[in-house]
Design a binder for this molecule. Structure first.
Ligand SMILES: [Zn+2]
Length: 73
């Protein structure tokens, strides 16, 4: 799969326990995107996607996987 933030080749970690995408990208790290945030997220430009991921990382705390939600952007 492609990373939803930067477009690089990325690993799909979705487990079925989370309603959305779970991605591991060597550029962006590991993150999740809620299904209800996905369409709007993909319409953002690159800088806005990076900013949303940064905001999710800040909110997640140490060691937790950041989750991009509609509140992240
Ligand atoms: Zn990436």
């Amino acid at each position: 799969m492609q990373c939803s933030v930067c477009g690089a080749e990325a690993e799909d970690l979705a487990s079925g326990e989370f309603d959305g995408l779970v991605v591991r990208c060597k550029h962006c790290g590991e993150y999740a995107i809620e299904d209800r945030a996905l369409n709007a997220f993909l319409r953002l430009d690159y800088d806005a996607r990076v900013a949303a991921l940064d905001k999710a990382k800040t909110g997640a705390g140490a060691g937790a996987r950041p989750e991009i939600t509609p509140g992240s952007f």
